[in-house]
Design a protein around this ligand. Structure first.
Ligand code: ATP
Length: 363
């Protein structure tokens, strides 16, 4: 198995659009990396430069240590799966899976038969080799597309929104299935999606793209909990974002004037007094205050305290989301575990959040 390395890769299309703008990443052998970002940010173009369907305008691409920047797709040993499956409708499932190996002309009939059977087992669809694609469900077709891509033992698997056309339940099932298969064979994988939840749940690392660039690359927990920029905080999951100016820095914390509120936040490197910043608080970081027996606050030391009223409540399964309007006119989103929350719209509440749970990011 092998890694993929992109160095300063840019792609400008003939019409002048700079779709990819100097991206760098070293993807380790066996790693599952997701390119995620809004429509038009350059995810597919980046993937297509790895596959060889597009030639970068600048920069270089290595697969398994070999420079493939100018190599055609068939010399790159990558397997690709597309959103629309792209199975050959007139061929049987067996013929579809065998296609890449037949085209390579390097395998005996016995080797191909054995590999097709192995792939059908891997995607848990043994016994359907004689059917045609129109006799399969959407989820089954997607598994076959995966089996077809993996059959010739590619060095890397490239997936372009492969689950986008499946309904929600099937999509979640296939997320698990895809990850199981990827881990079972340990293949280096680059996955493109604009679905942030999918990116957070499936990847070893994700690269959040914006306007042709990687805004942040890292493991899901790190990117979610510690976003570098306002864009990343806003794009991945729900974020409470307060824009303001740093008033003072002391003891590794910053005091930020956000108009109606002043927030104490964990300091970020390179931030000085007077800097314009955003403070990000994830909804799970807030806590409701309940008055203690002596009438005081439970967490008198909490750095940030908001008083207000619940305006909206909805159940998310294992957790509950609240919307609050604070007395300062801020709207907050607070998520707490189900079962602990009898609170309802109209209730007056106090929520607190520690300075360590308030992150300063670039605006
Ligand atoms: P989506 O999620 O909508 O598929 P994406 O992040 O994959 O978007 P790309 O398809 O890589 O984005 O497109 C990036 C930019 O390049 C867009 O502005 C798009 O319009 C432009 N673009 C894509 N393909 C071409 C092309 N063949 N010729 C000219 N411009 C293109």
């Amino acid at each position: 198995m092998s890694g993929i390395s992109l160095q300063s890769v840019s792609k400008r299309y003939p019409g002048g659009v700079l779709a990819v703008d100097g991206v760098d990443i070293d993807i380790e052998s066996g790693e599952f990396v997701t390119l995620v970002g809004p429509s038009g940010c350059g995810k597919t173009t980046t993937l297509r430069t790895i596959a060889g369907f597009e030639t970068p305008t600048d920069g270089s691409i290595r697969i398994d240590g070999e420079d493939v920047t100018d190599a055609p797709p068939y010399e790159r040993d990558t397997g690709m799966v597309f959103q629309d499956f792209a199975l050959f409708p007139h061929m049987t499932i067996r013929e579809n899976i065998a296609y890449g190996m037949e085209a390579a002309g390097e395998y005996t009939d016995e080797e191909i038969d054995a590999r097709v059977a192995e792939m059908l087992e891997l995607v848990e669809l043994p016994g359907i080799g004689d059917r045609t694609p129109d006799q399969l469900s959407g989820g089954q077709q997607q598994r076959i597309a995966l089996a077809r891509a993996l059959a010739p033992r590619p060095k890397a698997l490239l997936l372009d929104e492969p689950l986008a056309s499946l309904d929600k339940q099937l999509r979640e099932q296939m997320q698990v299935e895809l990850r199981r298969i990827q881990q079972e064979i340990g293949i280096t994988t680059v996955f493109v999606t604009h679905n942030q939840e999918e990116a957070l749940t499936m990847s070893d690392r994700l690269a959040v793209m914006n306007d042709g660039q990687f805004e942040q690359v890292g493991p899901p927990e790190a990117v979610y909990d510690d976003p570098d920029t306002r864009f990343v905080a806003d794009f991945l999951g729900t974020a409470n974002i307060f824009d303001g100016t740093v008033l003072a820095i002391d003891d590794g914390y910053a005091t930020v004037d956000c108009g109606d509120v002043t927030i104490r936040a964990q300091n970020a490197d390179g931030i000085d007094s007077g800097s314009a910043v955003s403070v990000v608080v994830r909804p799970e970081r807030f806590r409701f205050e309940t008055a203690s027996a002596d009438g005081g606050r439970q967490r008198p030391d909490a750095a940030n305290v908001f008083e207000g009223e619940i305006t909206f409540k909805r159940h998310l399964g294992s957790s509950v989301e609240f919307r609050l309007e604070t007395d300062d006119g801020q709207e907050l989103v607070v998520v707490r575990r189900s079962g602990l929350n009898e609170r309802a719209p109209g209730d007056r509440v106090t929520v607190t959040v520690g300075a360590d749970d308030c992150r300063i990011v670039e605006t």
